[in-house]
Design a protein around this ligand. Structure first.
Ligand code: TXA
Ligand code: MG
Length: 324
């Protein structure tokens, strides 16, 4: 029997009983549990096979709850929350003493956001506690953007996926930490850098890039290899040239807007024929998962323009293609 259901009351019951439930958000599906239940939170880590030092994001239903979670709200954090919540921005702030160490990996900061999804906002309103939720994928594999993706990963491990349809944004939230009350980007994501800078001014990025994992103690989850298909995947500025380097291989390509004319390709996915970065982002993970089903020797992904959401998409493609 399918574990996918639209029954919010059933999700409420399971979560009250300290079980974990996969929930929809505008970015990706999350694997959720009561932040105060040691049983539920332990189960999240075990189900994902995620190391305990890698902290979880706390999901709340409105900005009014923020003071219950964090001990100090810098002015620019308040501005960002007001500008973007509900929405795909996560703020990392000094935690309240009541937030369990299990959530924060022992850190004195906590990551928090208000997700912009009607089903999950309704769910949160019916619960007496916030939900901790990492993306609902096994550690380091591609994040799920449909209820069916989650079911494929975890049908034997969890009781329910709350179905909220395909995620509209399709890549994870942008994570912003604070150092001396100044915002710093810890993870590029679904809110474009330019939109954030329009609210708080020029902002530094301390994101990982290839091979530099050890330089980023800030967001422990930002491993160089992440979001990775099991098929070897490379990122290229010049798709035609890259294809020529692999004669007699079974090649699949993932391109932004322009179809590649080449009879030797086994398959190709065009992310947005109109060149719309938001559409491309929303289809990115599903497309990688689809390409991974084709028994290819190699997936060649096209590098995106390095602005707006293109920057966030490139970040994910880079992590999907690191040799490790
Ligand atoms: O869009 C999203 O953010 C999704 C949905 C479900 O909300 N969630 C998500 O969670 O992407 P996860 O666990 O896959 O990624 C959370 C990231 C990890 O890289 C983690 O290391 C970082 O947030 N993080 C969490 N708490 C932190 C903290 N206190 N300090 C620094 N980084 C933190
Ligand atoms: Mg994740």
């Amino acid at each position: 029997m399918s574990i996918i259901s639209k029954d919010i009351a059933k999700a409420v019951q399971l979560l009250n009983d300290e079980h974990i439930v996969a929930i929809p958000t505008e970015t990706v599906y999350g694997l959720a549990g009561n932040i105060y239940s040691e049983k539920a939170i332990t189960s999240i880590f075990e189900t994902k096979k995620r190391p305990f030092f890698n902290p979880l994001i706390v999901h709340i239903s409105s900005i009014e709850q923020l003071p219950n979670i964090v001990a100090h709200i810098p002015q620019k954090a308040q501005l960002l929350a007001e500008a973007f919540w509900p929405g795909p921005i996560t703020l990392v702030l000094k935690k309240q003493n009541t937030i369990p160490d299990l959530i924060t990996g022992g850190k004195d900061t906590v990551a928090v956001r208000v997700p912009n999804h009607p089903t999950t906002l309704e769910l949160l309103k019916q619960l007496d506690f916030p939900l901790a939720a990492p993306s609902a994928n096994p550690f380091s594999s591609i994040s799920p953007t449909t209820a069916a993706h989650v079911e494929t990963y975890f049908k034997d491990d969890i009781k329910m996926v709350l179905d909220g349809g395909p995620c509209t944004n399709g890549i994870e939230s942008t994570i912003i930490g604070f150092e001396n009350d100044d915002p710093i980007i810890y993870r590029l994501g679904s809110t474009a850098l330019e939109d954030i800078e329009a609210v708080v001014g020029k902002i530094e990025i301390k994101n990982t890039v290839k091979g530099e994992t050890k330089d980023i103690p800030n967001a422990p989850g930002m491993l160089a290899r992440h979001y990775a298909p099991s098929t070897k995947t490379i990122l290229s500025n010049n798709i035609l040239e890259a294809i020529e380097r692999y004669p007699s291989k079974r090649i699949g390509v993932l391109v932004f807007k322009t179809e590649i004319e080449d009879d030797n390709l086994k398959t190709q996915i065009v992310l947005s024929k109109t060149g719309d970065l938001a559409e491309a982002a929303s289809k990115l993970y599903d497309s990688l998962l689809q390409l991974d089903q084709h028994q290819l020797d190699i997936i060649i992904a096209e590098r995106f323009p390095d602005s707006g959401l293109g920057k966030s998409i490139n970040d994910r493609l880079q992590r999907a293609t690191v040799d490790a």
